[in-house]
Design a protein around this ligand. Structure first.
Ligand SMILES: Nc1ncnc2c1ncn2[C@@H]1O[C@H](COP(=O)(O)OP(=O)(O)OP(=O)(O)O)[C@@H](O)[C@H]1O
Ligand SMILES: [Mg+2]
Length: 265
């Protein structure tokens, strides 16, 4: 598996997702061009960039849901895009996804939604599957009664949690979250961030999180990748980004700088 020396330490960090030379276009419009990205084991990577820069396209490309024109994607040490169907399926089982749109199947209860990936990938008795699904529902902080509700009967925050429960159904090693806190009030968003951080700490998850939320970036992300000009402009800690001389990055993170100064007073 690919490893890279961690800056300033002797320890090696394990790369669990490696994208190289990724190029994606629609018609004659290139969205991503020769993009490189690394995600390290156990980190929460925040992915930011102006609306329309291709964050969701990148997420879908890494997962093989979006065709690319060039480049390669390695997940958990396996050349994912080149893998045979069986190898791919074995990797897929270790990935959980919370998409930006259409988080839950509207015709299924929360419980049935969480059971859905298990039905697809595992051969388990209905009773065991239900038990495991109820466990996930509890894990994300939903009340047991929520299991039998329909998505239309849930608040926005509950839908996010239920979607997260479904993303965690297969005990993934890596979860992909696309704007998980959008539409939540600041307290709901902060609680969701806390949940993500707790799950990372307790389950050892690696998190790839697309977000616009500066608070999320500041409080839970270990590193941030900034998308712009069709590639990753910079990947690093908040401090690396604050020191990075690029107009969009400077403008975007000015809020973080202000927060940092406040907390230092
Ligand atoms: N299937 C598609 N066909 C054509 N164009 C597409 C398709 N999917 C995405 N695009 C275009 O690719 C660009 C990037 O889209 P994407 O959804 O990745 O943006 P984003 O960075 O996630 O934005 P946001 O922050 O608003 O979610 C947009 O211009 C979008 O219109
Ligand atoms: Mg998007």
């Amino acid at each position: 598996m690919t490893t890279q020396p961690e800056h300033g330490h002797g320890r090696e960090k394990e790369v669990v997702i490696s994208g190289r030379g990724i190029t994606v276009g629609f018609g004659d419009r290139l969205i991503l061009e020769n993009l490189d990205i690394n995600v390290y084991r156990g980190e929460i990577l925040g992915v930011v960039g102006a609306s329309g820069t291709g964050k969701s396209v990148l997420l879908r490309t890494i997962l093989g849901l979006q065709k690319k024109r060039a480049g390669s994607v390695e997940i958990l040490g396996v050349p994912y895009d080149d893998a045979d169907p069986d190898t791919r399926a074995s990797i897929d089982r270790r990935l959980g996804v919370l998409f930006q749109q259409g988080a839950l199947f509207s015709s299924l209860t929360v419980l049935q939604n969480v059971e859905f990936p298990m039905r697809e990938h595992l051969r388990l008795s209905p009773r065991l599957m239900e038990e495991l699904a109820r466990l996930k529902i509890e894990l994300v902080g939903l009340a047991p009664e929520a299991a039998d509700r329909m998505p239309s009967e849930l608040s926005g925050g509950m839908i996010k949690r239920a979607s997260l429960a479904r993303a965690l159904a297969m005990d993934p090693a890596i979860v992909f979250l696309d704007e998980p806190t959008s539409g939540l009030d600041p307290i709901g968003a902060a609680e969701f961030d806390e949940l993500i951080a707790t799950l990372r700490d307790t389950l050892g998850l690696t998190v790839f999180m697309v977000t616009h939320d500066l608070d999320s970036l500041y409080t839970v992300c270990d590193r941030i990748a900034v998308l712009g000009d069709r590639h990753v402009l910079i990947e690093g800690t908040i401090d690396d980004l604050l020191a990075f001389d690029h107009p969009w990055v400077q403008k975007y993170f000015r809020g973080v700088r202000a927060r940092r100064l406040e907390s230092e007073v």
